[in-house]
Design a protein. Structure first.
Length: 353
């Protein structure tokens, strides 16, 4: 049996992720394919590595696997967004805001490897306990992967979004990131990481929600806001869970993306709005595609209107204090403590966000 690192990776993938294709080498004495076989029907993944031409080169998982194959048998590990998507994180697809592809980052702790197209090599040191093997691929731990992606971000805002989307899948907590910051004094990019961590909210459900919360605070300059906080009536009935809730003025804000155009979803949105208003909450919808600064001005006007309505004596019969039977899920720690059945029952509805 072939015991080469690439063959070991192929066996692991065949069991764990058979929908993916591990690259093969030309003329390496183990794969059994002469170089001439690759002229037709094959796509070059990386230097000396090939996959069948029909294999999707845009799949995030496949891109991670092809990069990992370059370093099979090496002590390095995939990190950043690529390590997170390999772990099944929902919001990491390796695409930048302009539609271009972000490289797959690999930490190797050495300078003896040649660059590869689509791969970002990092010669920074990493500890042995920061690396593990997931389905045959060496990846950094979630905290290390998130911290790397954050410190390589273009801005504090982008770094906050990275952490919040990793927290969505309970891959990292704010407390864990704070520990990482303390260990990384002086490391490249740690300033962005240090500035971003205190601003992270562990209960944001989508990238647009993260951006909306950022604009609420940083552009509109409005008071602290709760994210995805359940709202109840005085008898303990759940009225709904708005994307943003400003409790001092009683304002619920929802972000509407394209999924809200569905007839059933739209009907549910209208019903929820009626429940909120009947309980004395002001309600506003922010639609996708709006200019950020125009959106911030609108948020300011909405908040002022809610404050005026509160000062005018608007009757309020809502509360954010849950009934005794309610199971909280608003933090990474609380969600990690759930059983598998409870995760499906209590968190399944987030997939529609």
């Amino acid at each position: 049996m072939d015991r080469s690192p690439l063959a070991d990776l192929r066996r692991a993938i065949a069991v764990a992720r058979p929908h993916l294709s591990v690259p093969v080498r030309a003329d390496d004495g183990t794969e059994g394919f002469p170089r001439s076989s690759f002229r037709r029907g094959w796509r070059r993944a990386h230097r000396g590595l090939y996959v069948p031409a029909g294999v999707d080169d845009g799949s995030p998982e496949q891109r991670v696997l092809e990069a990992a194959a370059c370093f099979a048998g090496h002590a390095g590990a995939v990190t950043g967004w690529a390590a997170l998507t390999w772990r099944g994180a929902r919001w990491f697809d390796g695409e930048r805001g302009d539609g271009s592809r972000a490289p797959v980052a690999v930490v190797i702790s050495t300078f003896d490897r040649r660059p590869r197209a689509g791969v970002r090599l990092s010669a920074e040191a990493f500890r042995a306990d920061e690396v593990t093997v997931v389905d045959g691929v060496r990846v950094t731990t979630p905290c290390r992967a998130v911290a790397d992606e954050m410190r390589w971000s273009s801005s504090v805002r982008a770094a906050v979004r990275v952490a919040e989307m990793a927290a969505y899948d309970d891959l990292v907590s704010v407390a864990e990131l704070k520990q990482q910051v303390r260990r990384w004094t002086g490391r490249t990019g740690v300033r962005i990481l240090r500035d971003a961590v205190p601003l992270v909210d562990e209960n944001v459900w989508s990238p647009p929600e993260s951006d909306l919360r950022w604009d609420w605070h940083e552009l509109a300059g409005l008071p602290p806001v709760m994210t995805n906080r359940p709202v109840f009536d005085r008898r303990g009935r759940h009225l709904g869970t708005p994307d943003l809730l400003e409790p001092t003025v009683g304002l619920a804000v929802e972000y509407d993306g394209v999924i809200h155009l569905d007839a059933v979803r739209r009907r549910n949105d209208v019903d929820r709005e009626e429940r909120f208003r009947a309980a004395g909450l002001e309600y506003a919808t922010i639609v996708a595609g709006a200019d950020r600064h125009a959106r911030a001005l609108r948020l300011q006007r909405i908040w002022e209107r809610a404050r005026a309505s509160r000062d005018g004596g608007r009757e309020q019969s809502w509360t954010v204090d849950p009934p005794v039977w309610w199971t909280p899920t608003d933090s990474v720690e609380a969600r990690r403590a759930l059983s598998l059945d409870d995760r499906v029952r209590l968190l399944g509805y987030r997939s529609a966000s």
